[in-house]
Structures are given as structure tokens and as C-alpha cells.
Design a protein around this ligand. Structure first.
Ligand SMILES: O=C[C@H](O)[C@H](O)COP(=O)(O)O
Ligand SMILES: C=C(OP(=O)(O)O)C(=O)O
Length: 352
């Protein structure tokens, strides 16, 4: 790891409960995105938009760990994905989940950006730096990076690296997140609410498509009024809810109707994990196979899927010093071999 950067905190008030962080500009200076990488990310975003807008009939696949806790394991995962991509890229567009912030139902470890040392020390300056470096390394491998944007202030540290963003089930109803999405170049998936309601996600898509003026932070950490253009590249993410899954044909048809009634394009991505698999990673394949069957039967609104996978299957409790390599410390994930076999099977089916 590089030496921590020196922060210019001369004009900032610090106290034990207020520790200065680097500004987005500091971090972008330390870990710049050079023009060739910026062009590559722009092309990745365009490829995703082409799928969303029907110019490319490949399936968008957002796949990777539920959360990143070990950057070395995440890079190893990314390298596997790059190799797999060569075998499936004719039918699938692989995008890696690089989730460095985790929304918690109550409390728990909040992700690499918050607590990179996994010990409750909450070295957020280190967490932001490690997260940005990892996203840059993964993007440099040629893999589009996906993340959930949870803390709007944190987005400015990463948003130049992101090809696809999620607004999660717990924040889709938040105006602040809709404003954030309205200013992004990347396509954004809004998840249905944890209770299964899709109405909030549809409202979110309508709101994010609009121009907004909102309170924000400039790259130097100063408060600004930010004006956004509106993001027309949003879609619904079906992740199931408290009453059960919502990926089956009838739920998809109902979601399609609701989108069309709202005057929105029928674009849906199915999250094969979370409430669609009752958080049992072994059930993700049956969800994916159902989505593929619907696509092959003509449901063009199903533009993509999300899978939670890590190097090894399952999950483990966060016991500092006692972690198994490549195993999730948040939701249970498919292991690499199962994920690769599943995606090869999906590509084969889509080839017809
Ligand atoms: O995706 C991960 C989790 O489902 C989400 O962060 C909520 O986690 P929790 O219910 O364990 O707090
Ligand atoms: C937290 C996540 O999902 P959801 O918002 O659907 O719970 C996730 O995808 O990591």
C-alpha cells in the first residue's frame, strides 16, 4: 500500500469526532484516470447504454462479490472475469460488482470505503484511497466497474471510474439519491424497495431523468449548488421483496406494464440474489435460468441480470485475523467455478 497522503487541513477544524478526509480532487490527483482509461470507461458506459436501448442484444451481467473486503482477492476475481469474458463476450457483457459501501438493515460492517482494515478503526481516508485504487486497477484490466452509490458525498471519489451504478433497495425512495443519479454519466439501476414495491423505483427513474439543482460538494470539498442534466439511462432492478421473489413471468409482465404506464421504457435487470434467491446463493442459478427462458421466449425488457459471486462459495463471519481467502463477509456468494459454468451455459443458450 502507498504511504498515506498528507492532508492540507490548515483551514479545517478537527476533533476526535471530526477527522479530515482527502477531498475528491486530492484523491483524483493521487490516483488519476489518464485519457486512455477515461476513453475506455466512456466506451464501457456506451456499451451498457447500447444494451439498455436495444442497439445491442447481449445480456448485461453485473457479477461479483456482495462486498469487497480484500482488494487482492477482488483483483484475482477480476482477472478470472477478464479470462471468462473472452469466451462469452459475443452474448454477454460482463460488468464487475466492486461494492465498497454496504447499506445495513440495522448495523454492521459498512464496507471497504468505511473500514478497510475490518477492525472497527474506520480509516475512511485509507478506505477511499484503497477503494479508488482498486476500481482503477479493475477498470485498467478492461472490466467495467459497477458499484452501489450509497453515501452521496462518497460518489465524487469514484464516479469517474464507474460504468454502471445501483441505487439500492433501501435508498431508491431517497430524493438525494435520485438527484445524484440525475447527474451521472453512467447508467443507473434503481432497485425495488425491500418490501417488494416497484413504484418507488419507477418514481426514481422519472425523477432521475429530470434536471435537478441540489446541494453538493465540489471536487475541493466546498459546498455548491449543483445543476444536473437528468439521466435518461436508468432502469428497474427486480430484487424480490419481503413477500418473495419478483423475477417470474407474471411479476416481469406486471413490472413491464407499470413501466409502460409511467411512460418509461420497459428495461429491467433481475438481481438473482437477495430476496429473489431468499439469500441462498445456491438458488441464484435457477433465477438466472428462468430469466434466460423468458428472454428466449421473447421478453426483450429483460436486459440484464445480477449475480453475487466470489472466489469461493458461501459467506463467513467477520472475525479479524481469521478470514478465509475469497469468501464473502456479507451475503453468501456463488463460488468462481459455479459462476463461470453458469455464465458459459447462459452464453451457449443465448447463441441458440
Ligand atoms: O447486499 C447485502 C445485504 O443484503 C445488505 O447490505 C443488507 O445487509 P444486512 O441485512 O446484513 O445488514
Ligand atoms: C445491498 C444490495 O442490494 P439491495 O439493495 O437489493 O438489498 C446489493 O446489491 O449489494
Amino acid at each position: 500500500m502507498n504511504a498515506p497522503m498528507t492532508l492540507n487541513t490548515a483551514d479545517r477544524t478537527e476533533s476526535p469526532s471530526h477527522l479530515a478526509l482527502p477531498t475528491p480532487a486530492d484523491l483524483r490527483r493521487e490516483l488519476p484516470v489518464e485519457p486512455p482509461l477515461a476513453e475506455r470507461i466512456a466506451a464501457q458506459r456506451q456499451a451498457i447504454r447500447d444494451i439498455l436501448e436495444g442497439r445491442d442484444d447481449r445480456l448485461l451481467v453485473v457479477v461479483g462479490p456482495c462486498s469487497i473486503h480484500d482488494p487482492a482477492a477482488a483483483l484475482a476475481y477480476a482477472e478470472h472475469l477478464v479470462a471468462l469474458n473472452r469466451r462469452v463476450e459475443d452474448r454477454l457483457l460482463l460488468v464487475m460488482r466492486v461494492y465498497v459501501e454496504k447499506p445495513r438493515t440495522t448495523v454492521g460492517w459498512k464496507g471497504l470505503a468505511y473500514d478497510p482494515h475490518l477492525d472497527g478503526s474506520d480509516d475512511m481516508a485509507g478506505g477511499l484511497t484503497i477503494s479508488r485504487r482498486l476500481m482503477r486497477d479493475i477498470a485498467a484490466l478492461g472490466l467495467p466497474v459497477a458499484t452501489e452509490l450509497l453515501q452521496p458525498m462518497a460518489a465524487a471519489y469514484f464516479d469517474d471510474l464507474i460504468a454502471w451504478a445501483a441505487i439500492g433497495a433501501r435508498t431508491t425512495e431517497s430524493q438525494i439519491h435520485r438527484e445524484l443519479a440525475s447527474g451521472l454519466e453512467a447508467a443507473v439501476g434503481f432497485k425495488n424497495a425491500t418490501d417488494g414495491g416497484i413504484g418507488v423505483a419507477i418514481d426514481a427513474m422519472r425523477s432521475a431523468a429530470h434536471a435537478h439543482r441540489h446541494f453538493a460538494m465540489d471536487p475541493h470539498g466546498g459546498p455548491v449548488m449543483r445543476e444536473t442534466a437528468g439521466n435518461p439511462h436508468t432502469h428497474l432492478v427486480l430484487r424480490g421483496g419481503h413477500a418473495g421473489p419478483n423475477y417470474a413471468t407474471d411479476s416481469v409482465a406486471a413490472s413491464r406494464r407499470a413501466l409502460e404506464d409511467a411512460g418509461l421504457p420497459a428495461r429491467m435487470l433481475v438481481d438473482c440474489s437477495h430476496a429473489n434467491s431468499a439469500k441462498d446463493h445456491r438458488r441464484q442459478p435457477e433465477v438466472l435460468r428462468d430469466v434466460l427462458a423468458q428472454r428466449l421466449a421473447g421478453e426483450t425488457g429483460l436486459v440484464g441480470v445480477m449475480l453475487e459471486g466470489h472466489l469461493a462459495e458461501g459467506k463467513q463471519p467477520l472475525v479479524p485475523g481469521g478470514l478465509r481467502y475469497g469468501v464473502s463477509i456479507t451475503d453468501a456468494c456463488l463460488g468462481w467455478e459455479d459462476t463461470a459454468a453458469l455464465l458459459e451455459e447462459a452464453a451457449r443458450q443465448l447463441r441458440g
